[in-house]
Structures are given as C-alpha cells and as structure tokens.
Design a protein. Sequence first.
Length: 579
Amino acid sequence: MEKGSFDSSTVTYLRQADATLRNGFEDEAIKEVFLDNVFEEIKGSEAKLSMMKSASFVMEQFVSIASLNNILQVLKAYSINFEEVSYSQQGCHVLQNALHRMLCLMDSGSYKSKDNLWKEVFSVVLDSCVFMTNVSDLARWMTDTHGTYVVRSLLEMLGGIITPLRSKKHQPHERKLPDEIIIAKKKLPDEFLSMFEKVFFTFSQMEKKQVVEILVHPSGTPCVCVMLHVASVQSGDTLQVLCEKIISSCQGNNFSTLTILAKDRTGSHVLESLLDSGHSETCKKIYEIFCSDHSQLIEYACHPVVNYVVQKLIVCPALEEKYEELFHLLLQGIEDIFAENKFGVVQKLAEQCVKLGKCQSKFVSRLLEAFQCKEEERKVYLVPLIASFSTYDAFFSASENNNKVPNLKNVLYHGSLLLQTLLKFNNPVAIVKSLTGLPAEHLVKLCCDVAGSHFIDAFFSSPIVKLKRKRLWLENVKDHLQTICCDKYGSRVMDNLWKKATMKMKIIIVENLVNNESDLSSNQYGKHITRKFGIKQFGQRRADWDDFQIRQTKKRKNFEEVFSSRTEGGKKKQKTKTS
C-alpha cells in the first residue's frame, strides 16, 4: 500500500495487530520490532485512525507503549492538522496518551538533553503549544469540550507533571492510570519552562469577565485546576501570579463574587484547587471571606455545594494556625450541619483533630451534647447514635411505651467513618466504653453491616485500645459468634479479629463455635471460618490445635517485630494514652 493512502484494510490490520499484542511476546525485543512494524504500516493514516471511533481505542493502546521514534511519528502526523485532531471526540484522547507516553519516557531515564531525537520531539511539541500564547485562542481551547483535554495535557507536559485529574474514562482497559508523575524542574528542558511561563502570562492578560466565564465553564474549570496544580509544584512565583489573577477577577468593588463561585457546582472546584495549592496569602483571603460572618459560615457548611469548599478550608495546610478558630466557629452549628446531612464537614474536623492533636476532648464533648447523651447512663449509646446519626430522643422514640432498647437498624457510611476516626484520638475512652457496654444485638449488627464492620476492624486493629477492652467486647458477643461467622461481612470481621487475637481470645472464640461446627460447615461463609480457625481439630485433637496456634502466633510476632524495626528506622515511638 502506498504511504499516506488510507482504506478499510488499514483498520483491519490494526485490529489484527491489537489481537497479536494482547497475546503477548516472548521478550521485549520482539515486542519492540512488532511495534515498529505496526507504526510503519499505519504511517500516513495516524490522524484518521485516531479520529475513528472504531480504531481510536486501539491507537490509544499502541501509543501508550510506543517508543520515542513512534511517538515522534504520531506527533508529526497530528501537527499537520493539529486542531482537527484535538477537537475530535476520539483524537483528543489519543493525543493525550501520546503526550503522556512522552512524559513517561522522560521519567524512565531515557531522556538525554543532547539527544537529537529528543530535541526533534520537543520541537514538534513546542510548535503545537504556540496557540496557547494567544489570549483568544487559549480561552477558546480551554472551553472546548474536547480541546480542553489537549490543553490540560500540554500544561502537564510543560510542567513535567501528570496529575490525577486526567480522565480515566478513555483509558485502555489493559492499562491502569499511574500515580502522579513529577519530573524535577531542573531536569525539564529550558524551552518547556519558558513556554510554561508564556502560557501563564497569556492567562494573566485575560479580562476579568473572560476569566470568570472560564472558571464556571465545565471544560474551563478543569484546565484552571491543572494550571494551579502544576504551578504549585514547579513554580511558586507563577502560582502567586495565577492566584492573584483568579482572586482579583472574582472581586468587585464592595462584594466578592468568590462566594457566588463557591455555590456553582463547576466553579467551586477552582476554590478547592486554590486551597489545595497552598499559596498562603490566597488561602488567608479565602478564609477571611468565608469566616468573617459566623452565621454565614454555618450556612456555607450546610450548603449542598459550598460545604466542599468549607471541608477544604478545614484541612488546608496553609490555614493550620487558624484551625482552632475555625473549629470553634463550626462546632457552634454542629446540630444544623447534622440536620442537613453534611457529615463530610464533621468528618474533616475530626480528621484534623487527629492530625494536629488539638481540640479532641472539646470535639467529643460537643458530640455528646449534639447526640443528647452527655448523662452518664446515656453515654453507652454513643456508638449506635453516631453510627446511625440519630439523637438519643429520636433513637428511643420507637420504644417509649415498652421501655425496650431499640435495635440498631441502619449504619451509615459516614457514621462508621467518624467512629473509626474517633478511635484514633489520643484518648477514645467514650467510644471504647460505649462499644464494650452495648447490648449484644447492637454489636452483631455492627459486625454484619457493610459499613459497621470496618469500625469493628478498626477497634481491634487500634494500638491505643487496651487488650482487656477487646477481650471484654468478645465476652459480650461470644454467644452470637455463629451468627456473625455465617454473615458475609461478619465472617470478614472474625477473620481479621483472629489475626489480632491472643491465644486466650482464640480459645474463647473456638469454644463457642465448636458445638456448631456442622452448621458452620454448611454455610458459604462459615465454612471458611471452620477451616481457618481449625474448629474440627480443636474438638478432636486439642493438643495439636494448641501447638499449631502457638507456632502461628510466634511467627506473626517475629514478622511484626522485623517489619516494625524496618519501618520505624530507629525512631522513638510516641507515647499515647490508652483506653
């Protein structure tokens, strides 16, 4: 076939080549020869194949493992009609993958500044970036449904970064999206850094109205978020200019439109990225705008969109010195936040209490008040109240006439998450006492629930909770172990508990299961517990069971000691209070 021509046989060949690739190769050398042959065969048809729905995903697969020579061939083909490929629904993602692959090859160590092949690749790429140095072109590309992906990829490439913001929808199924790649600034070509600065300068020249339109555009917002992230990693000066441009564009004479932006489902992501970037002055300005009015802050925390911005304010590294002030402001309206189901705000407060080691006792005290269980006799129900996010009165309203303790019916995901975080507090005594004092029915429900089971796992994995408390929990639930072991989630809890259990605890478990060995064996989940716990052996050859468990415990202890010594690296352990 003559080079540059295109017919249906090219698509057929590409599909056959894809099938061959999926079958694998004996070694990398054969694979490289095969790839070179494929790219040679499709030469002149790269752009058309990339824009075809039936062939684009195969092109993505080949581009994602191509050599630098192959990438150069593809980029040259795209450069002939760069805008047509970039604005194509399929072509923009193949181009994304080509730029991604180039950056991966740079990161792998194959890049040499004096290599002519690399210089040629850089030249083609830089020529493709020229449109971003024109204000009107940059704005048009950033807000185009497909062109936005190309702009993001070019920005990442110029900054030597591949961010997690890249779309996973169009990734080949056989290739997982890698973790973020960051190439050190000193290793990037000077031309990249120069173009990088030009693009940000172009953005800074836009009119305020134009910037705001980009900030609230579903395609423009991700571009700005990528710009902020790249600048925060590679260029502090550029980050400052970019942040100032965004803030100034969103401020009028007497009123800041940042709060309006925060209520926009798209634009709010820009504010989150501004707080993630960590630029100190910008973060403080946002804090002042949102926290100047206490009642307004509570409204923001309860808002369906703005609450995510408030969550970023709570965990922002640049605002750690402001945390106690923000903590007290939000805690005053915690009932309203719970009433609006904005559990993420409370969760972030708890996580920051753990991270900074501040306000933990005040947080627990306020939770007891919010859930109406400050009295000593009510504290025992703190765990089910948090798990279901119900107040004491609401939880017991169903049993007013018969004075019966209601069963825990529903464990919410955020309830379990908050309980797990509270276990990480320096002194989680309120949670631990509640969990070990609850009726067995509540404990069974927690074990057999998809969310609650993770809380029980965290309880037994916690190095802060004393062993006697864990043993007390087991004593309380021992008569219901068969029910737990025969449940999908309960069996996993028991499996994890077994790994952490002492010899005495293992004996308690098996003694309460041995008489139900036949029922366990006939259950799809229980049969695995029977085998792992050696229940049949325990009933027939107790001495052998004891010997095996002792040896297993010693092995695990030795492994944990070796692993601990390697990970700690000689660092002193911090002292924490136990419960």
